[in-house]
Write a protein that binds this ligand. Structure first.
Ligand SMILES: NC(=O)c1ccc[n+]([C@@H]2O[C@H](COP(=O)([O-])OP(=O)(O)OC[C@H]3O[C@@H](n4cnc5c(N)ncnc54)[C@H](OP(=O)(O)O)[C@@H]3O)[C@@H](O)[C@H]2O)c1
Length: 240
């Protein structure tokens, strides 16, 4: 188990990628705190995954700086420490340029970008040498240009760039910062299923497990020389 006794906070956990990340973290021996706004759904995920290891729910809105700080503090108190951080919070909207309005732009920035910065900022007082951070962005924000998606894609691009800047800023503290840029993922996850049978290289949408495994790998010592990178995880779909 590559993350035995490590304590990990995952922010932005729903039934898809976040649940898959939590599951593979537990399988690697980590203790896990999961966060999102919907407390009821979080409790359901805890109930589903608790047979695999120690997992607690810390609900909150990461797009509000005070709440993000409260979530980080609660996670640290519940777990008895904090070693690693994953931020997967996000939201999606298709918007042609003519339909752009300030509330939608702000919403995309809050969910896909600002929430990540608030959580990282709040966690820094607990992280130290050997800690790792993974931010989840999107293929659209790092490796592709999607027409009619300028608000979504730009907010994801901001997070991809923040990965590099934060990694540079935290070099001397021994904290790694990386990103993953998923292609299309389904929102369903079931522990222990055969997800490989549900996708082929180049598919537009795939189960979240493959992305989750890269997120978890980035937290392990196997990735200790990977820093400031945003890894595309789309089965090569962007190459079509
Ligand atoms: N699915 C795809 O095709 C795809 C492709 C590329 C990138 N991504 C990105 O991958 C990540 C995971 O996506 P997913 O497919 O698992 O679907 P998702 O359901 O959209 O996951 C995002 C989760 O973030 C939580 N969240 C949103 N705003 C939040 C906030 N302010 N504070 C705390 N939590 C917040 C949501 O839960 P609450 O509503 O309960 O807060 C939701 O469960 C997202 O960042 C998404 O943008 C997804």
């Amino acid at each position: 188990m590559r993350l035995r006794d490590r304590k990990v906070l995952v922010v932005g956990v729903g039934p898809g990628l976040g649940s898959a990340v939590a599951y593979f973290l537990l399988r690697e021996g980590a203790s896990v705190a999961i966060s999102a706004r919907n407390a009821e759904r979080l409790n359901g995920i805890v109930a589903k995954l608790s047979q695999h290891g120690r997992i607690v729910a810390v609900p909150g809105n990461a797009a509000r700086p005070d709440d993000a700080a409260r979530v980080v503090d609660s996670a640290r108190n519940e777990l008895g420490g904090l070693d690693h951080l994953v931020v997967s919070a996000g939201g999606y909207a298709e918007t042609p340029l003519q339909a752009l309005e300030t509330p939608l732009l702000m919403n995309m920035l809050e969910l896909n970008f600002l929430s990540h910065l608030y959580v990282v900022k709040a966690a820094l007082k607990y992280l130290g040498p050997g800690s790792a951070i993974v931010l989840v962005t999107s293929i659209g924000g790092a490796y592709a240009a999607w027409p009619r998606h300028v608000a979504y894609v730009s907010s994801k691009a901001a997070t991809a760039k923040a990965v590099e800047v934060l990694a540079a800023e935290l070099l001397d503290r021994g904290i790694r910062v990386n990103g993953v840029a998923p292609g299309g993922m389904s929102h369903d996850f079931e522990p222990g299923r055969d997800w490989r049978g549900a996708r082929r290289l180049g598919d537009p949408v795939a189960p979240p497990e493959d992305v989750a495994r890269v997120v978890v790998w980035l937290l392990t010592d196997e990735a200790e020389w990977v820093n400031g990178a945003v890894i595309p995880v789309d089965g090569g779909r962007r190459l079509r």
